[in-house]
Design a protein around this ligand. Sequence first.
Ligand code: ARG
Length: 407
Amino acid sequence: MSKDKVVLAYSGGLDTSVCIRYLQLRYNMDVISLTVDCGQNDDFNGIEDRAKEIGVIKHVFEECTEEFAQRYIIPSIKSNGLYEDKYPLATALARPLISAKLVEVAHRHGASTVAHGCTGKGNDQIRFDATIRALDPQMKILSPIRDMNLTRDLELKFAIEQEIPISLEAKKFSIDENIWGRAIEGGIMEDAAFEPPQDAFGFVRFGDDKVEYMDIEFEEGVPIAVDSRAMGIIELIRYINHKAGSLGVGVVDHVEDRTVGIKSREIYEAPAAIVLIEAHKDLEKMVLTAHELRFKRNVDEQWGWLVYSGLWKEPLRSHLDKFIDSTQKRVCGKVRIRMQSGSLRVVGRESKYSLYRNSLATYTSESTFDQTLAKGFVELWALQCSVANSIDMAMRLDVDKKGGGNR
Ligand code: ARG
């Protein structure tokens, strides 16, 4: 009798390599490994060889970088996607895409089960499970590391016993990478007081202190050119990752609130994400009204939180996307950024839809703003404030009077 098939999301790292063997031994299943390329710098042939060496019956590779950029990264740029004002959501955005591919490949190969290598302590399990269930409620999900309550040291021991090939890097840190960023976790970095060593980083270089400028052009909220050269989104992200990364720009080191309640120390490098979101936010300030901006800040925050906490398929996200898209019509123009030794600063911006009018803002006699109109405005603007304060003052006097009488 043939065994049941399971499609496993396979990155080639420790967790997922151990999962192949567990699915074979504990669940007696035939494993199909699936590796999804979201623009990570990986040796995909090496990953396929490793999967086959551990004994998968089939390996599937899906090149999805363009789809990842178009359907996940661009909406995140438009919504200035930074969880807790810091994390550009690289892993969080890739999980729903990988989940969708898992379901697709399972359907294609007649598998009624999919599996992932997430632990029960992180956000990724939520992102996988929630997306898979939304796409196919009948699909069975296995999560061997979580189900067996495995820890990294037990996994390493098992890998050695089972002669499962593991990279040297996997022994030091837990890395998740795609074109939008790289997360470095585990090992010595679990000590929140410890400065990450330079060899932990892959995109970012340190030590070069020259000053460099970068001009970024946006069309309806989407970056379309850098340094006066039109580029497709993938080339553009890679260009910025390289240029900003080589100046030390794009490192995030913070304490983050996971959805499962744990506070964790997280280190990311995401030069393009950090630069593009900073530039995009700046341009929005020039072309959106104060009311649009204030409301959009809340929408952006909610969007990032839904994505972070695994609810990519939540209908609210697509409602928010519609609002966000409609705000982007005027987000066209150029932003100039100055970078040096890991710091970045917007130093100029321009847009054909700018709401900034020099003639209104200037303090010179060129000004077209009639100051005399301001007097009446200010009086009305603060009218209720002034009334409320006089009531408060009268109440205090009343209390003082009564208090005085009792003395
Ligand atoms: N804390 C980040 C997130 O929740 C990064 C997770 C990185 N995942 C990993 N398997 N190393 O998105």
